[in-house]
Design a protein around this ligand. Structure first.
Ligand code: TXA
Ligand code: MG
Length: 363
């Protein structure tokens, strides 16, 4: 693990799979980060899903700085991270037994639960809602930081508002430069896609954001869980904000193709790419390995997401792909929609938002 202060950073990316066994935690960096958090400063840190920008969740002023730094609307609430089940009570109240069952089944891991907010958590964390989002991340650096700080840490994803999330330390630096007090670098996020957000304050447990914990796994413990299907428009204030379209997106316009026949979809993508280039546009493609071949000899910017069946690998590389194509200054990013099962549901959701809710259907 590396750390950076005031933008000086030496990045060493590790293979995500190696990390669990080989990660040595830089204790002094973690201690420094914890002191900064307790002192009201902001620190970026790795989790297994994506990097977060953390502040002491009890410190209203520190939390306010997160919104400013990210350019995040005050109406979009923040997840509070904890290091153990016992800490849930510092953050939430009237915790249902289902939440404890879910915690035991899925924590540490990519599950965020919406519970009733403990008044110790300032209102701005939850954008004035009576609820709070709580997660116990599965990452040794995040846990070490939470333990050392001794306070719950409010942390949104470490990206500028509406930009793709950060899955390596380099992405955090790209977005924030030296404006952060410290970045803990824990290499590449093993999952690469945000947590699944489940609301437990209504009559039926409801997924507000599909994520790294799949519906299939969730249903094993919560058979009646449902997915909120409608997406809230950006204009409308709502009891579950943050579900805005135009989110997680590259600067380029993202064109999302979908259809039952893969070859037809690919044909249309190639045709569209050629057409846009003929108009003088720079065209990027987020392609699965089988699709890459079709684009590679045609002078498009192609980012290979990996095997189309391997949604884990696609999830790990999706945001990096968006960011890399942006750095090549493409005007368009073409991508095909994954199937909506397993991790594919979360991937689909992020692409749908990045495409601002527009899908190009191919018969
Ligand atoms: O994996 C993750 O969840 C990462 C890592 C850093 O933990 N965090 C993350 O945070 O993705 P963020 O801020 O980018 O997304 C938090 C989501 C938003 O959709 C927000 O609206 C929702 O959680 N959320 C937070 N508090 C909520 C609440 N009280 N009620 C409803 N939704 C809430
Ligand atoms: Mg985010």
């Amino acid at each position: 693990m590396m750390d950076v202060n005031q933008g000086r950073m030496c990045i060493r990316e590790r293979n995500a799979k190696d990390r669990r066994s080989t990660m040595n935690i830089n204790r002094s960096a973690v201690e420094r980060a914890a002191k900064l958090i307790v002192g009201g400063k902001l620190v970026a840190f790795p989790t297994e899903t994506v990097y977060g920008i953390g502040a002491n969740a009890f410190d209203e002023k520190a939390v306010a700085k997160i919104f400013l730094l990210k350019g995040r609307p005050a109406s979009d609430p923040i997840i509070v991270h904890i290091h153990g089940e016992s800490q849930m009570h510092e953050v939430a109240r009237d915790i249902p037994s289902l939440a404890m069952d879910m915690a035991r089944a899925f924590w540490p891991g990519p599950l965020t639960m919406i519970l009733w907010r403990n008044p110790r958590i300032p209102e701005n964390v939850s954008s004035g809602l009576p609820t709070v989002a709580v997660r116990l991340p599965n990452h040794p650096v995040a846990i070490a930081l939470l333990v050392a700080a001794g306070v719950p840490i409010a942390a949104p994803s470490a990206n500028l508002f509406s930009r793709p999330s950060s899955t390596v330390g380099r992405h955090v630096i790209e977005d924030f430069g030296s404006t952060l007090d410290l970045v803990l670098d824990g290499g590449e996020a093993t999952l690469g896609i945000e947590s699944t957000v489940v609301d437990l304050t209504g009559t039926v447990p409801t997924v507000l954001r599909p994520g790294g914990l799949t519906m299939e796994s969730l249903r094993e413990i919560v058979p009646n869980v449902r997915v909120r299907s409608s997406y809230v428009s950006e204009q409308r204030a709502s009891s579950s904000p943050g579900m805005l379209l135009k989110h997680y997106s590259p600067r380029a316009k993202l064109l999302l193709f979908s259809g039952d026949h893969e070859e037809r979809v690919l044909e249309e993508m190639v045709a569209k790419a050629m057409e846009l280039r003929a108009e003088g546009a720079r065209v990027g493609v987020l392609a699965t390995s089988d699709q890459s071949i079709e684009f590679s000899d045609r002078a498009f910017s192609v980012f290979d997401l990996g095997d189309k069946e391997d949604t884990n690998s696609i999830a790990r590389s999706l945001y990096d792909g968006m960011r890399r194509l942006d750095s090549e200054q493409v005007n368009y990013v073409l991508v095909s929609a994954p199937r909506q099962h397993g991790l594919g549901l979360a991937l689909w959701d992020r692409l749908y938002r990045a495409a601002e809710g527009h899908i190009i259907f191919i018969d």
